[in-house]
Design a protein around this ligand. Structure first.
Ligand code: ZN
Length: 587
């Protein structure tokens, strides 16, 4: 208790990460911390650090519930840094196919390796990390670098292994590391000479964060972004102004989100009884406390609300809402069976199915048996000339529809949906050339997540109306899904990754063109419901956003790059929004 009595400072690093659902949880944890500190007579000062975002002061203020003073100038000395955008050459003129991002990254990284520079290579998936690692380890040996000095880093490695790699990066013994975004932030690995990104990190902020891994105080450093052929990558590489000119993304959170607030109020009541009329954040909470009394969770005696259930409430609150289950990977050729790593269930289906070749720290393992019931994968070391790549099929099922209401143009509804996905086949791919050399089937159960979705059903004759206007419904819906996926989170104070938007020209459930926006968390956290209530305002704001976008046929900020959503997406999405607006205005 001495800790709380004497608590003077609380430092919150990387605050830009605390946004959306995760940030809303952390804001409540800090409210609870301040409440307990107050009880012991202290009122600590909060110091927050953030990577470059558009609104660091505002975010820190929402997170801590306190006014913040923003210090935005960085006076630290810096060496010169070169930022290189690299678009791989076109290798098939007819089909417009470019050299793969893996091959290009490998080639560039090998050249830096022989110069002796300490380097980090970011790849977008665990599979790519392992492939690049396999190639770079081999290349390193040719120029006299020991294989232990070239390391991989990703989720699924054991903690001890990860700590050793971090230490090696700090003391310089690890010269090259290939990583997923796991090394993007937080972990102290010092600064390196070179950063290569195999593909655009998806947001401007993440890209700067990765690039920030390169650059010591005095020395020259280099950052290379290698574009993949995906529409987003090609857009960024061809529009450097979009990347360098734009102020990065806004971050926000909603500490009063009812679902999140409720679970933290339980924890807070467990920590200290609530007094009638007590303030918690900005919120008047008496009504919620009385509700918890009705539910038998709290007990009111006099002016106090006490915790009365016999469980510990924090066990039911997951700050990241992540699934706790993991598959343990066991090398059963080692006597006694050695655990080499672990993996979440979702990824395990793709990377640890029977007969998969699993790469771990550039060592190949054959998966002899994935025991799904026991959550164990039994593997043994092998040396083969291929790796495996499994494919997942996903579909969205509507389970219930409630709160259906006519909307000028079509109908709006809210309901529970199931997202079902299943791995059915895998390919064998040759190392080095990436040729397809075989295939196999996978027999594993489906994984299903239930959540809450909002949707907008359009009348079927919209197709003819749009054809008459020279527009394509598919382009329009896809563009609109992309646009609303960016605009709606702002309205409900969510992070874009907290929501998903998807459109179907003919939904199997409604039998009509339908646009879905759903919470990306099991059970939902209330975002879809608020979108259902505020859809008019969201459409109006989307229209304004689209009208104001300086691009020609679409970009990642509005309806998506034209190659992805089709040449007429921008016009077609505007047409749909105008129809919605006219209908809403009663025309
Ligand atoms: Zn645009």
């Amino acid at each position: 208790m001495k800790l709380f009595e004497n608590l003077k400072f609380v430092v919150v690093d990387e605050v830009h990460q605390y946004r959306g659902v995760f940030g809303s949880h952390v804001a409540n944890v800090l409210r609870r911390l301040r409440r307990v500190a107050r009880f012991y007579g202290s009122d600590p000062l909060f110091i927050c650090c953030s990577a470059t975002i558009a609104n660091p002061g505002e975010l820190a203020s929402r997170l801590t519930g306190l006014p913040m003073a923003e210090i935005a100038r960085n006076g630290a000395p810096r060496g010169q840094k070169h930022f290189i955008f690299y678009n791989p050459p076109v290798v098939n003129q007819e089909l417009g196919i470019r050299q793969s991002v893996l091959k290009s990254t490998r080639r560039i990284a090998e050249r830096f390796m022989s110069s002796g520079a300490q380097m980090i290579v970011f790849a977008r998936s665990r599979m790519r990390v392992e492939l690049l690692l396999t190639y770079l380890e081999k290349a390193g040996r040719r120029v006299g670098i020991k294989s232990g000095d070239v390391r991989g880093y990703r989720g699924g490695y054991l903690p001890g292994e990860r700590r050793a790699i971090e230490q090696g990066l700090r003391d310089g013994s690890v010269t090259t590391v290939v990583s997923t975004n796991a090394l993007e932030l937080g972990i102290d690995i010092g600064r390196l000479d070179v950063c290569i990104m195999a593909g655009y990190a998806g947001t401007v902020a993440s890209t700067w964060q990765q690039a920030g891994r390169a650059g010591r105080r005095q020395n020259l450093s280099a950052v290379v972004l290698v574009a993949s052929s995906s529409p987003a990558d090609q857009y960024i590489i061809n529009h450097p102004d979009y990347f360098f000119g734009r102020s990065p993304e806004h971050a926000t959170l909603d500490a009063d989100n009812l679902v999140i607030l409720l679970s933290h109020l339980k924890c807070a009541a467990f920590e200290l009884p609530f007094l009638a009329g007590e303030q918690y954040g900005e919120q008047e909470i008496t009504e919620i406390l009385d509700y918890l009394v009705d539910q038998g969770v709290l007990h009111r005696s006099g002016e106090r609300y006490h915790w009365m259930a016999d469980t510990y409430p924090a066990e039911d609150v997951s700050l990241r809402s992540a699934a706790p289950d993991n598959v343990v990977i066991i090398d059963h050729k080692t006597p006694g069976g050695r655990v080499i790593g672990e993996m979440d269930l979702f990824s395990a289906q793709e990377m640890l199915h029977d007969d998969a070749v699993y790469l771990h720290g550039a060592q190949q393992y054959h998966v002899d048996k994935l025991d799904w019931e026991r959550r164990e994968a039994h593997v043994m070391p092998v040396t083969v000339e291929y790796y495996t790549d499994a494919q997942r099929k996903s579909e969205l099922k509507t389970l219930t529809a409630e709160e259906r209401r006519p909307y000028g143009y079509g109908e709006l509804a809210l309901g529970e949906i199931g997202l079902v996905s299943k791995v059915t086949v895998f390919k064998k791919i040759k190392l080095g050339t990436h040729e397809n050399v075989g295939a196999g089937r996978v027999h594993l159960p489906e994984i299903e997540m239930h959540t809450v979705s909002f949707w907008w059903e359009l009348p079927t004759d919209v197709i003819d109306e749009m054809v008459a206007a020279g527009l394509d419904l598919g382009d329009g819906l896809q563009g609109l899904a992309h646009l609303l996926g960016r605009v709606a989170p702002v309205f409900v104070m969510a992070d874009p990754s907290d929501l998903r938007a998807t459109a179907m020209v003919r939904s199997p459930f409604t039998d009509r063109p339908t646009l879905y926006i759903y919470d990306a968390f099991p059970g939902g956290v209330g975002y879809a419901r608020r979108i259902h209530q505020q859809f008019d305002e969201i459409c109006a704001s989307a229209r304004e956003h689209l009208d104001g976008c300086p691009c020609d046929k679409g970009c990642p900020s509005c309806v998506g790059p034209a190659v992805e959503s089709g040449g007429t997406a921008r016009q077609a999405a505007a047409w749909l929004l105008n129809r919605a607006g006219m209908a809403a205005a009663g025309a």
